[in-house]
Write a protein that binds this ligand. Structure first.
Ligand code: CA
Length: 414
């Protein structure tokens, strides 16, 4: 998935139903010229990228197609707010997702064991990616891919990139891997239980259940095996952990910490780093880089991360994203009752909310008379407006952020 910029990948994948939904309510869509769209599609058909697409396929999927102007504001979106790492992690790694992940691990145990034997990617890692990407196949995205990608191929600032994805999407349909009405996804074209872009599909999707189709939409075994293949292609090392949380010696300078600045484990030992519980660093990871996601906020948990963390990173070009998957996978594999929180607290007195707590907050906002629709656990524009109003009323800092302090105040009947 390298061709997409980190920003675009994050927009496409991370918290798609939070950030994207919130923004879609706010940004007006431009008017698009349909004649221009038709002319663009006619011209595209004769370009080399579409050589493998037959005229019949092209006509079947583009005749009468109308552009979807609502994808363009999402393409042009600036990162309007960036969540602090503790909010990001709280939403993606909560007790609910760990429990769902354990259930998924049990349900697909046999397929996962074979996938792990073949690829070297542990079952819990494949399930962790699945949980973060599509909530174990529950959230695949509902935008028709052909419509979104055709629109982005003819309008906006990344047309050359999206034309390749559009052609790949048509090839998926032509080869019959996915039925046309099942090919839906994010506004940018990520689809299926693994949220692959169409070009990634051809690099990494696998037919694992043996029906001849690489069906990452409806087949969990295909999706899990495809995730493992993606990580294998990204350099996954069999038998190595992704990394581990560490305890830093007092006053340890983390300014030069970096995922990429890898050193032998022995060098970290000599610096005085240990596992978070004080045990010595294990030799299972030959070399590692140090990351401290909230360093800019004053410290917080630190991690030594190896090559397999880099493989997770390549899924979405975000260290917090990779950490969410890594942590979720560790918790899914850990004994039941293992605390969700890291050993070292985040440097905040107002931690983030799990999805269950988001729903609780929304229920309280509804009780206060705010028109925020359903308490679905997704913090969109209307919930943020209601949060701002309550923060104002309570004399809290007014920032629209869903956090523990506000939840506690409303629960206590403030
Ligand atoms: Ca299949």
């Amino acid at each position: 998935m390298k061709p997409l910029t980190p920003l675009l990948r994050r927009a496409a994948l991370c918290l798609p139903f939070v950030a994207t939904a919130a923004f879609a309510q706010e940004a007006p869509a431009p008017a698009l010229d349909e004649a221009q769209f038709r002319a663009c599609l006619r011209q595209l058909q004769s370009t080399p990228a579409f050589r493998a697409i037959t005229p019949a396929t092209f006509a079947r999927h583009t005749d009468g197609l109308r552009p979807d102007a609502t994808v363009l504001p999402l393409l042009n979106r600036q990162p309007e707010f960036s969540l602090p790492p503790w909010d990001y992690l709280a939403m993606l790694v909560d007790a609910e997702r760990v429990a769902d992940g354990r259930a998924a691990l049990a349900q697909w145990r046999e397929a996962l064991a074979r996938i792990e034997a073949q690829s070297g990617v542990p079952a819990a890692i494949a399930v962790g990616v699945w949980g973060v990407e599509s909530n174990f196949g529950r959230n695949l995205g509902t935008r028709p891919l052909v419509t979104s990608l055709a629109t982005l191929s003819c309008f906006g600032r990344r047309q050359a990139y999206f034309r390749g994805e559009f052609a790949a999407a048509l090839r998926i349909l032509q080869e019959g891997h996915i039925a046309p009405d099942k090919l839906t996804g994010s506004w940018a074209g990520a689809f299926g239980q693994t949220q692959f872009m169409p070009s990634t599909f051809f690099r990494s999707a696998v037919d694992f259940d043996g029906d001849g189709r690489r069906d990452i939409v409806d087949s969990a075994p295909d999706a899990l095996a495809s995730t493992a293949r993606f990580l294998q292609n990204a350099g996954w090392r069999r038998g190595q952990p992704w990394g581990f949380e560490v305890r830093l010696p007092p006053g340890y300078d983390t300014r030069s910490a970096s995922r990429k600045n890898k050193r032998p484990i022995e060098a970290w030992r000599q610096d005085g780093l240990t596992l978070a519980d004080g045990r010595p660093l294990p030799a299972s990871l030959p070399s590692a880089g140090l990351i401290q996601p909230a360093r800019a906020h004053g410290g917080g948990p630190a991690f030594l991360v190896g090559r397999n963390f880099d493989a997770l990173y390549s899924y979405n070009a975000s260290e917090n994203y990779a950490l969410a998957i890594a942590r979720l996978a560790s918790l899914i594999a850990a004994p039941e009752g293992t605390p969700v929180a890291f050993a070292t607290a985040w440097p905040t007195d107002d931690p983030g909310l799990s999805r269950a707590e988001n729903r609780e907050l929304q229920a309280l906002l509804l009780m206060q008379g705010h028109d925020i629709g359903q308490a679905d656990g997704l913090i969109g524009a209307r919930t943020r407006d209601a949060i701002r109003a309550e923060q104002q009323r309570l004399g809290h800092p007014v920032n629209g952020r869903a956090g523990q302090k506000l939840l506690r105040a409303l629960k206590n009947g403030a």
